[in-house]
Ligand binder design. Structure first.
Ligand code: 6R9
Length: 595
């Protein structure tokens, strides 16, 4: 807390927006929200139909710009709703002719590009499942996810193919087709060629609301990445939250800066804005404060959904650039993915002319669950209040930091001002429907009718939620979720490494950065050369999720069951209280932090 609240309700718009929060919550029902969608002419529900076809069928909306991509070469590529509808029909036909039917898995390793939108929507039209991957991943995370997700098709670019896919192509025998955008490396198929000869009128597969649509990989503390599966009715929550939280309307120019390899880049970079009928700006170039300011001004962006790391870099760059640009079109700034400092909210209000509306959600929740609403009071530093239709709870925690589940399976829901694990009452439309192939892991996310988020929050007496931390060891670096286990098991493949413990350490810009503690095999000695070699190895295998720093340690602390105790590594690294060490196996011998 500590900052004054921002944005007293605007009385003219409060009925339409969230000024009267209690009233909005009372009036809301998911059944009514379903009526805001059109539905397939033959019955059923398909995300792609809602996102493009129904606009393309509308004489006044068909020639509006759906997407405007600022490509890596500095030029702009646009598609109208009609063009996007036609091209995504073609892609659905391509899948059909390749024998990929309903339930088939289509992976993308693509940055923001027209082809990304065409692939995503065409896959959904074919009734297949879209599984997007982050282009910053190295070969190892890509291989692991495609293997787990039983990929049948991958769409990528020639450059990403060479860098990331070629080294692992032969270890993925189940991957039947790689479609390459642009010049085609030998032996694979040309995306553009296939699209050109496909049927522009290919009919959409009638999907029902529970039909699988999206597969997003996310990271846990242990084991392999988890494949969170979403269904077509998630679109009900995408539309409802786009309106209620982002205040998105058809005449908006909307920019979501999240990469389309992550859940935000698909749910709010592709689906939500198109379902609303807005114009989506997508930017394929790397982050750069000055250029981003120009994109906001020159494109006349009205609604901007971005990340705290980017906003902190804006703040660090000073106010001069903001003063040079005309940001008068900008109506809403929202952010997600990591804690948003109250200072940034206040800074944006003073410098960009708008506060930042923090929003909280997860891959598993599929859509925004907690937010600071437009037209309503903002508490800088708070994540906000639950979205209408969502019931949040704060659950009493057990010794491991997770919600305490009694022998009868019941949890303790705390009232009023409280701190504990954030939980959501199960049953909203965009709730994930499973972790691929892991029913027990899925079941373990629920107790007593609640979905347990793994985040610890504080709820103040007025019902605002404040982020406290994660109850597990998962790391959030620049908004990207990093599973420590994945980093550890990759580093363990280096012949010098005996054991690894990976933690997140605070960073003023990225929130957290990844740090690895490494013990060496007999006969190997710590040295600067070896440290550099390990960093390079990790970078090559893992890409952007590789550790930023590596420390050698003579031993790592273990639990009695033999797991590396990351919590203790972190506490010692940061000089925090070491907490309950009753499960520690070898505390006496351990000396951590030898650099
Ligand atoms: C959409 C997305 C989810 C985790 C989540 C939490 C962190 C997200 C946040 C936030 C503080 C916010 N997180 N929003 N922490 N304030 N506004 O990011 O999904 O990649 O699955 O990450 O991110 O820890 O549990 P995902």
């Amino acid at each position: 807390m500590g900052y004054p609240t921002i944005g007293k309700p605007d009385h003219e718009r409060r009925a339409a927006l969230m000024g009267d929060y209690a009233h909005a919550c009372r009036e809301f029902s998911w059944d009514n929200a379903r009526h805001d969608l059109t539905g397939l002419p033959s019955g059923g529900l398909n995300i792609a139909f809602e996102a493009v076809d129904r606009h393309a069928a509308h004489p006044a909306r068909r020639s509006r710009t759906a997407i405007r991509v600022l490509d890596r070469h500095g030029s702009t590529q646009e598609l109208t709703y009609a063009e996007l509808a036609e091209r995504s029909n073609r892609f659905a036909d391509v899948l059909h002719s390749l024998g990929v039917g309903t339930g088939g898995r289509v992976f993308t390793l693509l940055g923001p590009s027209p082809e990304l939108y065409v692939t995503a929507l065409g896959t959904l039209k074919a009734g297949a499942v879209l599984a997007p991957l982050f282009g910053g991943f190295g070969p190892e995370p890509v291989r692991r996810r495609m293997e787990l997700g039983a990929a049948s098709v991958l769409v990528t670019t020639a450059a990403l193919f060479r860098r990331t896919v070629a080294p692992i192509r032969s270890s993925l025998p189940g991957l039947r087709h790689v479609l390459v955008v642009g010049p085609d490396p030998a032996g694979e198929r040309s995306f553009d060629g296939l699209l050109a000869s496909a049927d522009p009128d290919h009919a959409i597969v009638p999907t029902d609301p529970r039909h699988p649509a999206l597969l997003h990989f996310t990271s846990g503390t242990t084991g392999t990445p988890k494949g969170a599966l979403h269904v077509h009715e998630a679109v009900v929550a995408h539309l409802a939250t786009a309106r209620a939280v982002l205040d998105l309307r058809p005449d908006d120019v909307y920019w979501c800066t999240a990469d389309p390899g992550w859940v935000t880049g698909i749910s709010y970079g592709v689906i939500a804005p198109l379902v609303v009928g807005a114009t989506v700006v997508a930017d394929a170039r790397d982050f750069d404060v000055r250029r981003w300011y120009r994109v906001l001004a020159e494109q006349g962006v009205t609604v901007w959904y971005t990340a705290p790391t980017a906003l902190r870099m804006f703040m660090a760059a000073g106010p001069q650039e903001a003063a040079r640009q005309d940001l008068s079109a900008l109506r809403v700034i929202a952010s997600v993915g990591e804690p948003l400092n109250g200072e940034v909210v206040v800074w944006a209000d003073a410098t960009l002319g708008r506060p930042v509306h923090d929003t909280w959600w997860q891959t598993e929740t599929g859509a925004i669950m907690i937010a600071n609403f437009v037209g309503s009071e903002i508490r800088p530093g708070a994540m906000g209040r639950p979205v209408p239709g969502i019931r949040a709870g704060v659950l009493a925690q057990g010794p491991d930091g997770r919600a305490l589940i009694g022998p009868d399976g019941r949890v303790t829901v705390l009232d009023g001002d409280a701190q504990g694990e954030l939980a959501l009452r199960a049953g909203w439309p965009s709730m994930f429907r499973g972790y691929l192939g892991e029913p027990e892991r899925y079941a373990a996310c629920f107790a007593d009718g609640w979905y347990l988020t793994g985040d610890v929050v504080h709820r103040d007496e007025d019902g605002w939620y404040w982020f406290v931390g994660r109850a597990d060891d998962v790391i959030k670096s620049a908004g990207h979720l990093v599973g420590p286990f994945e980093v550890e098991s990759t580093l363990m493949r280096h012949p010098a490494v005996a054991e690894v413990g990976v933690i997140g350490v605070p960073d003023p810009t990225a929130g957290e950065v990844v740090k690895a503690f490494v013990t060496l095999r007999a006969g190997r000695r710590p040295s600067e050369d070896l440290r550099r070699e390990l960093l390079t190895f990790a970078r090559r295998e893992l890409g952007a999720v590789a550790p930023r720093s590596i420390a050698f340690a003579p031993a790592l602390p273990h639990t009695r069951s033999g797991k590396v105790m990351r919590r203790l590594l972190r506490a010692r690294e940061l000089g925090l209280p070491e907490g309950d060490l009753s499960t520690l196996e070898n505390s006496a011998e351990v000396e951590v932090g030898v650099r």
